[in-house]
Design a protein around this ligand. Structure first.
Ligand SMILES: [Zn+2]
Length: 270
């Protein structure tokens, strides 16, 4: 089985950039990036995409993937970091970083109105800048959209016809937004959340995402799937999510793995 973790923060293990990623050291397991990568390979997770969340974090991710096989990175500003990025003028440096080797996407970028760690106007400004950066370099986007589709769609659709492509990472929203995303050819990143989802309507959504738009991810170190809740999430956990999802969708796990990996390789051109 060959799986692709299309959204992880594994690079955050090596240097403290944002306190939230101290979670990498949140259980009693001894971990190194090598042990995490080896364990992923053993589980069949042969490809990984590290995701940048701020300028400093994106710089670290770029450095981290350079000498590692089958690992790539995105560079981007998470909506939580939008205000600081604007204050410090980080968008110009991000524009320079995007041309680094092994950068295959822009993001994670988007709108998060659940936490609102940055003002909405700042989130929108920084999202637009990243959409334009992706278009300029013909790169796909990794979107983080939480309780914000009412603002996301008009903004996204204002670029209609420009050739935007990408993935709605950690998709947990409803069927109406799924259908709207399908119309635009957007991909859906599914992670460990599906294994502990109780909302029957959302399980229906997971069952109906078209296979050709489905990607697998972890968001490691977060969102550990059942039955490993309580431990730190690693890329190897894509495997149990794939097996769970295959069962939910009544599909062969080998086929689901092959299809989602092919989808990811095509989207990120790797
Ligand atoms: Zn993430």
């Amino acid at each position: 089985m060959e799986l692709f973790d299309t959204h992880c923060h594994t690079h955050e293990m090596v240097r403290r950039i944002t306190p939230v990623y101290d979670k990498w050291h949140g259980d009693s397991m001894e971990r190194t990036p090598e042990s995490v990568i080896d364990a992923a390979h053993e589980a069949g997770v042969s490809r990984m995409l590290c995701i940048g969340t701020s300028l400093a974090d994106s710089e670290l991710a770029v450095e981290f993937v350079q000498n590692r096989g089958n690992m790539w990175t995105s560079v981007g500003i998470h909506p939580h970091e939008a205000a600081e990025a604007l204050q410090k003028g980080h968008l110009d440096a991000l524009r320079a970083l995007v041309t680094s080797p092994k950068v295959v996407a822009v993001g994670e970028c988007g709108l998060d109105y659940f936490y609102n760690h940055s003002p909405k106007e700042d989130q929108i400004t920084v999202l637009k800048a990243q959409i334009e950066l992706a278009l300029e370099h013909n790169l796909p986007l990794s979107f983080h959209v939480r309780e914000a589709f009412d603002d996301f769609w008009p903004l996204f659709e204002s670029y209609r016809g420009a050739g935007l492509r990408g993935v709605l990472h950690s998709y947990t929203d409803n069927t109406a937004n799924m259908e709207r995303a399908i119309k635009h050819g957007l991909h859906f990143g599914v992670n460990g959340i599906v294994t502990f989802m109780r909302d029957e309507a959302k399980l229906v959504t997971y069952r109906t995402i078209p296979q050709h738009l489905l990607l697998l991810e972890t968001d490691a170190p977060f969102l550990t799937p059942v039955p490993f809740r309580g431990t730190v999430c690693e890329s190897k956990h894509v495997r149990v999510t794939a097996e769970f999802l295959a069962k939910l969708r009544d599909e062969n796990p080998e086929d689901l793995a092959a299809e989602t990996t092919a989808n990811a390789c095509a989207l990120f051109t790797v």
